[in-house]
Design a protein around this ligand. Structure first.
Ligand code: NAD
Length: 488
């Protein structure tokens, strides 16, 4: 008898192909298209989250030492809200939308019909393993698709629990989970999908997009980047500091795609800001933050080493203004502030994705826009703290990012009326609320005509008069139409 790992069937291209074929058969049979099926799956997902909260919290503790409050709110409650919103609004979302028609097609009526795309692949990341896996699925289910989910192997307890829960609660003939790393994802990427929704880094996004191109499969890419925070003077510094801390260390210890990556402020204000950080950080996480239960750990030794290297670079290590403590055994790094970090340091070249926060100093705050834009890559989010309306306007006009927030951080993610997604290097496409439904739907244009009013204008023999009248009709100018009809 072989051992357990030998007994486990290998998931290869053939297995992936068989799985997709079965799901496609369910889709073609119309199973996922009915309103009732969509409702039943969303209710099942809601129940799954409600009934499994303790296991989910425990898996997130195993994978990331994620504090219970963060798991309950950012992974479970937010997902439940998504399900509830889809259940409440889906009737409106799936309704064909009336469209106006013009003189060109007169007499006619038109509508836009949202139809499911087919069989879709969701590949998710490790930092919010439940939310990033299941939230796109809410949109895919609401839109009536069959789904394969590939969770991240870097959060193994969450991946394994997701596989078990999805198999137990959701319809296995239409929704599957494939666990695994590069070989399994590669086998999945060889298949023809009707959409691939990928969350993760830009390097793998390029692999995903190249694989999708072979089948002309559309993609949504939810990526990351260096999300800046501009801090003006003359603000409520305490509130601003607390909101930056909540978005940075209060979001998985900085391992979140929209966590503040670096701060820009004026030379005059920087010391005040650092003092405020020191004071609030100590209130939140105590004198020894490495022992705080309210901070996630770093996901694995590779990421711990990566972050350590950023901190150890010569031109950076001397800039630590607060924190810097590390505990390699428990993969913990304390909230760390670095003041006056050179722009050409490693920490300013890549997304930090961890508990280090450099502060860049400028003479005038308006220079911040150049600092952000000179990075070359458009960030996933950008934040500004100010009371100055002119600065707010300039910020909105001049900074291109997936999303902007004025006087807070990360909260735009929780607003389901706003699209969530990146631009350029931070991604393409968006989701949340109705945008999720739209991401997994094809907007089918439908034009209805009757048999009356069949003008001979577009039929041969083509004449000069017909040409003039058609041109006038297409121009939409009543005067030209009258002149063409009168032969003037
Ligand atoms: P990760 O390592 O979990 O990778 C993401 C997925 O890609 C996993 O499912 C993994 O199995 C798969 N993958 C890895 N290598 C692959 C390969 N060679 N071929 C095919 N698939 C492969 O996550 P990560 O990339 O470390 O995630 C962190 C990044 O994701 C950061 O840049 C972060 O900003 C971004 N992110 C973005 C969002 C968002 O919503 N925009 C959310 C979370 C994370």
């Amino acid at each position: 008898m072989g051992n357990k790992s030998e007994d486990k069937a290998v998931f290869d291209t053939d297995s992936a192909n068989q799985m997709v074929n079965k799901l496609r058969a369910s889709f073609v049979a119309g199973k996922t298209k009915s309103y009732e099926w969509r409702v039943s799956q969303l209710i099942a997902m809601l129940n799954m989250m409600e009934e499994s909260e303790p296991q989910i919290v425990s898996a997130l503790r195993d994978d990331l030492s994620k504090p219970e409050l963060e798991s309950s709110i950012y992974e479970i409650a937010m997902l439940k809200n998504s399900c509830k919103l889809a259940l409440k609004e889906m009737k409106h979302w799936i309704k064909p939308e009336n469209a106006k028609t013009s003189l060109t097609t007169f007499p006619s009526s038109a509508e836009i019909v949202s139809e499911p795309l087919g069989v879709v692949l969701v590949i998710s990341a490790w930092n919010y393993p439940f939310l990033l896996s299941l939230d796109p699925m809410v949109g895919a289910i609401a839109a009536g698709n069959a789904i394969v989910l590939k969770p991240s192997e870097l959060a193994p307890a969450s991946s394994s629990l997701l596989a078990k829960l999805v198999a137990r609660y959701l319809d296995g003939s239409c929704i599957k989970v494939v666990e695994g790393a590069v070989p399994q994802t590669s086998a999945l990427l060889e298949q023809k999908w009707d959409k691939i929704f990928y969350t993760g880094n830009g390097r793998v996004a390029r692999i995903v997009m190249a694989a999708a191109a072979k089948h002309l499969t559309p993609v949504v890419l939810e990526l990351g980047g260096k999300s800046p925070v501009i801090v003006d003077s003359g603000i409520d510094l305490k509130v601003a500091t607390r909101r930056i801390i909540a978005g940075k260390w209060g979001c998985n210890n900085g391992q979140a795609c929209i966590s503040p990556d670096y701060v820009i402020t004026t030379k005059d204000y920087a010391v005040k800001l650092v003092d405020s950080f020191k004071c609030e950080l100590e209130q939140f996480y105590g004198k020894n933050p490495l022992e705080s239960k309210d901070l996630s750990r770093i996901v694995n030794p590779n990421h711990f080493d990566r972050l350590s290297k950023l901190l150890e670079e010569d031109k950076v290590s001397s800039k630590i203004a607060h924190g810097g403590q590390k505990d390699e055994t428990n993969l913990k790094i304390a909230p760390t502030i670095l003041l006056d970090v050179p722009i050409n340091s490693l920490i300013m070249k890549e997304e930090i994705f961890g508990p280090l926060l450099p502060i860049i100093m400028v003479d005038k705050l308006e220079e911040s826009f150049d600092v952000i834009n000179s990075c070359g890559a458009k960030p996933l989010a950008a934040y500004l703290f100010t009371n100055n309306n002119k600065l707010k306007e300039e910020f909105v006009a001049e900074v291109s990012a997936g999303g902007l927030v004025v006087n807070d951080t990360t909260v735009h993610l929780a607003e389901h009326n706003l699209p969530f997604g990146g631009v350029g290097e931070s991604g393409m496409g968006s989701y949340h609320g109705k945008f999720s439904f739209d991401a997994f739907s094809h907007k089918k244009a439908v034009l209805y005509k009757g048999f009356s009013g069949d003008s001979s204008l577009r039929y041969p023999p083509y004449t000069r008069g017909k040409l003039r009248l058609l041109q006038a009709l297409l121009s939409g100018s009543i005067l030209r139409i009258i002149r063409a009809l009168l032969g003037w």
